[in-house]
Design a protein around this ligand. Structure first.
Ligand code: ZN
Length: 167
């Protein structure tokens, strides 16, 4: 168990820990990360040492993937160097794999930090990898977790996990 809090905040620890535990139980990224359900049910397409990649169930576009650390933390500044580095490498691999599958015209990569920015899940940091095609809409709606498209998620899962396991 990681210690996330500074000693000067110790009087708040009780409350924060409870909230932290509660938010972890309800967190779909923690559920996916835990591996308690098979990866092909939670759509985890790749696992690395510190982070993993999972398909967004409310995708903006085909292949919309999330990269997240295993740790349930929301603050970018709390990520360790090795977590951040590995997430960036995995993001690059996802872009390569999605290029191979969908040949999109471009990508949006990014994170929403805090609910105000549009994060649907502010307590568990995640980066979006969103393939883009000419004619779809703006970046803001891309990563704001709002637009829903229906796609063949099973097919995306199978293609993407296959390619990522070889990268
Ligand atoms: Zn979480």
């Amino acid at each position: 168990m990681e210690t996330l809090w500074s000693p000067w905040r110790s009087k708040y620890i009780g409350t924060f820990k409870d909230e932290q535990e509660k938010s972890k139980e309800e967190c779909f990224l923690c559920v996916a990360a835990s591996g308690k359900k098979p990866d092909n049910e939670t759509y985890v397409v790749a696992r690395r040492k510190y982070c993993f990649a999972v398909l967004n169930l409310y995708p903006y576009n085909n292949g919309h993937t999330l990269i997240a650390p295993y740790r349930h933390i929301g603050d970018l500044t709390e990520l360790k160097q090795e977590e951040l580095s590995e997430m960036c490498v995995l993001m690059q691999k996802c872009v390569a794999a999605l290029k191979e599958i969908y040949a999109p015209h471009g990508f949006n990569l990014g994170a929403n930090l805090g609910r105000t920015s549009g994060a649907g899940l502010p307590d568990h940091l995640h980066f979006h990898v969103v393939p883009r095609w000419s004619g779809d809409t703006s970046f803001i709606s891309t990563i704001s977790d709002t637009k829903v498209v229906s796609i063949g998620i099973e097919e995306t899962y199978s293609d993407l996990s296959k390619i990522l396991s070889s990268k």
